[in-house]
Design a protein around this ligand. Structure first.
Ligand code: KIV
Length: 273
């Protein structure tokens, strides 16, 4: 990006996201954990970049999001936010960095804001996280909620089946959304719930809803970048649309390189000094 266009770039803020929601302009979000991906997302015009705790799965190779630490989230957020000019950067507070006490939650959010250039944080939980959201938001830190399927609770759920498919569960998720709005969340991620419930919640709350497997009526959509690029292939939920097949392309490149080195075809004269 040129210096001139950097100067003309208007940062996406919580206010801008609310305007987009009110105007019916879909909010486009993806994840990043490194500087190169973040720069590509920002240059392409992604509105919100999430430094998600999915880094635990698709970067660290863990089976769940539980092992990633606050220090590691801060490390990745620094790499992302130092390059981003326009997108809003939000960081997931990882498991056990906000559940024990409200004070600890605020301290964790404060560390993210103080040590990185992130613009806010995200926590999982609805009614149970409302006090934490109220404290963090009340202290001036933008905070997003995340309800429906919550990956930090996956061992309790016992699997990745959609949430909110029964009337009782759907009602509880609507109450969660209302509790987050009331507590001061600026937006809510809705993960893996029926499209009809995604629509109901979006029509019930007045803040933006960001869907991942929550149907087309949400105020915006998010995917894990490694999934939509076809880089992470261990797990393929129905809501992931693949926009590239990068794992196949990387495999082809690695095999071609091996062949070229083994056969003496690399390096050639123009690649030598
Ligand atoms: O960690 C993550 O990437 C997320 C998205 C799936 C919303 O929370």
């Amino acid at each position: 990006m040129s210096t001139e266009s950097q100067q003309n770039t208007k940062r996406v803020t919580t206010r801008r996201l609310q305007e987009m929601r009110d105007e019916g302009d879909p909010i486009v979000c993806l994840t990043a954990y490194d500087f190169l991906t973040a720069r590509l997302l920002d240059d392409a015009g992604i509105d919100l970049i999430l430094v998600g705790d999915s880094v635990s799965n698709v970067f660290q190779g863990n089976p769940t999001t539980l092992p990633v630490t606050l220090d590691e989230m801060i490390y990745h957020t620094k790499a992302v936010s130092r390059i981003v000019r326009r997108s809003m950067v939000i960081t997931d507070l990882p498991f056990m960095s906000y559940q024990v006490t409200t004070e600890e939650a605020f301290r964790s959010a404060g560390r993210v804001m103080k040590e990185t250039l992130a613009h806010g944080v995200k926590v999982e939980g609805g009614q149970r996280a409302a006090k934490v959201v109220e404290k963090i938001s009340g202290e001036g830190i933008p905070i997003m909620g995340h309800i429906g399927l919550m990956p930090q609770s996956i061992l309790k759920f016992g699997g990745y089946r959609p949430r909110g498919t029964s009337e009782n569960e759907a009602d509880a998720i609507i109450q969660d959304a209302l509790a987050l709005e009331e507590a001061g969340a600026f937006a809510i991620v809705l993960e893996k719930i029926p499209a009809t419930l995604g629509k109901r919640i979006t029509e019930t709350v007045s803040i933006p809803t960001i869907g991942i497997g929550a149907g087309p009526s949400c105020s915006g959509q998010i995917l894990v970048t490694h999934d939509m690029l076809g880089l992470f292939e261990d797990f393929r939920p129905r809501f992931v649309r693949r926009y590239a097949a990068l794992a196949d392309e990387m495999d082809r490149a690695f095999r071609e390189y091996i062949q070229d080195v083994k056969s003496g075809n690399f390096p050639n004269e123009s690649e030598s000094y």
